[in-house]
Design a protein around this ligand. Structure first.
Ligand code: NDP
Ligand code: 8X3
Length: 253
């Protein structure tokens, strides 16, 4: 039987590219996300190559997550890798101008959602044991502050620390945990963050060379397929053309 990877947020960006990368290597795919049509499209694309199971799923709904995992067909029930990728940023404006609902949506998706899926899938990974992996999508924003990062960055700092703490508990189980922390990557991420402003998204990536979804999918595949005795704790990846800035200083006008 082939290895099974369970991917959240497989309808776009890193998640979709990761589905394609694991399919290329012959893994069976469990693909989840809220947009059913996109899941159907991906199943139509990859289903000829490898077994594909799709489940329309909002990671914020703990009961639905539990049910999606409980309802996995037998052929997909022995999970070897969990890719906790579903996530989003909202409201790039300063904290003082942000709607509370946007903060809640980021917390509910990036923190609660990731925890919901981890809790539901963990027993399957423990059954697999040696060589199983949890790959969590953190961000450079979880390590480095920037204006407008507010709850998004804080949610990704949670992802980092949760990943490290999981490692402590799972040390003797064979289940590995990695926090992958990308910098600027061109996906639908900025379109979501700006609520559909294609011009703003294009402008952000214009005149530079952002990471691609495929770049990150390759890193995810790499950490999940290393020899069993290796655990990459955290992988922070930026485009060569991205780096840090000096500290901001407020001066008298
Ligand atoms: P995309 O917007 O292209 O993809 C995000 C995915 O998350 C979609 O498949 C979306 O599916 C899914 N998603 C969002 N909310 C939910 C939800 N409530 N339930 C289930 N699925 C959900 O962005 P990226 O591919 O760039 O982002 C993937 C991850 O990588 C995110 O966690 C993001 O924070 C992180 N990241 C992105 C970076 C970037 O610059 N692009 C850099 C660093 C980290 P659907 O809408 O169908 O539910
Ligand atoms: C997404 C990358 O730089 O917008 O996590 O925070 S960044």
């Amino acid at each position: 039987m082939s290895n099974v990877v369970f991917i959240t947020g497989a309808t776009s960006g890193f998640g979709r590219a990761t589905a394609r990368r694991f399919a290329e290597a012959g893994w069976s795919l469990v693909l989840t996300g809220r947009r059913s049509e996109r899941l159907e499209e991906l199943k139509a694309e990859l289903g000829a190559k490898v077994p594909v199971h799709i489940a329309t799923l909002d990671v914020r709904d703990a009961e639905a997550v539990k049910k999606a995992v409980a309802d996995l067909p037998a052929e997909f029930a022995q999970i070897k890798a969990l890719i906790n990728n579903a996530g989003l940023a909202l409201a790039p404006q300063p904290s003082q101008n942000v709607d509370l609902t946007d903060w809640h949506t980021m917390i509910d998706t990036n923190i609660t959602g990731l925890v919901n899926v981890t809790h539901a899938v963990l027993p399957k990974l423990l059954e697999t044991g040696k060589g199983a992996s949890i790959v969590n999508l953190g961000s450079v924003a979880g390590e480095w502050p920037y204006p407008g990062g507010h709850v998004y960055g804080a949610s990704k700092a949670f992802v980092k620390q949760f990943s490290f703490n999981l490692r402590c508990d799972l040390i003797a189980t064979g289940v590995r945990v990695t926090d992958i922390a990308p910098g600027m990557a061109e996906t639908e991420f900025t379109l979501v963050r700006t609520r559909g402003d294609q011009a703003a998204s294009d402008k952000l990536y214009q005149g530079t060379t952002p990471l691609t979804a495929e770049d990150i999918a390759e890193q995810i595949y790499y950490v999940a397929t290393l020899p069993d005795h290796i655990n990459i704790n955290r992988l922070e990846i930026m485009p060569s053309r991205q780096a840090w800035s000096p500290f901001a200083v407020d001066r008298d006008k």
